[in-house]
Design a protein. Sequence first.
Length: 319
Amino acid sequence: MIIVEQSWKQRHFAAWCNILMKIKMKFQFFLFIILAVVINADITDVNMATPIRQGVHIEWYRTVCQGNDGSAIFVWSDTRYGMRNIFAQKVDKHGNYAWGDDLSGAVITDLPGRQEDPVAIEDGSGGAFIAWVDYRFDDSGDIFIQHVGSDGTVLMDPNGTALAQQIGQQISINMCTDSLGGVFVSWQDKRGGVDDDIYGTHVDAGHNIISPGSGVAIVVEGGTQSAKSIEYAGNNEAFICWSDSRLGENIDIYGQRIDINMQPIFEENGIPMFDRAIDFGWFYIITKPLSYLLHFFSSYMGCLLYTSPSPRDGLLSRM
């Protein structure tokens, strides 16, 4: 018999995997109970929910963010004008429409070409920033943004403002607040050729944009950088992490922290969060006031946790 002694890291990793497997089993059980209740509930009454948009056109690519005083801002695209455009509706906590008394909502875009994949982030004053992928100028896609006020009025250029109008494909938007009434925006960008890189920008409450029409490179490396997640990091900064194949076919996880001037706080092109050769299914960022965690799951429920007890020091340490 050959006995192989595991290192403390391997034992630690295995322990976490075991815990997560138990959590997964309990979650699946409770999900089964919830689904059973829903299926047996009387769902024939249409008054159980407030319709946001009802029409003969195709409504899809929907998103939602909070408004104020318990309201929510729903955003979607539909084809009522022929080509696909972006629309929004604000609903208060009682289910009343705030932007018109019908199901048409506020018009965010009425433009040629297609405007799709909207993402919305609240502005802290009852309105929202809405970014989308815009195909009016080329078939690959550009990134545009609009700011809609608390009354449903568009506050920027009626045609939207270009964040990235470049050669190649710009798609897959993520946004987060800067806590000052503005937003951080990130996207996947193929202006460099074959592989995806990640670009982004900051839009402040006064609609001042860092590098308008182009954006700032967050990571430009060989291989593909994609599947990103961005969250508010405190101190008017943002965390962003992504999957990264710069070292080959095994996908690693990298991260960066950026300020409102889009300057990196970690080293250029990000720092590795996890370089274990595991097939990652998905990951996300969890933020808490005193502990910022990057939490990664593989398709096998393997994980590794990193944290920075002091989110301003720009350091990450293993747990």
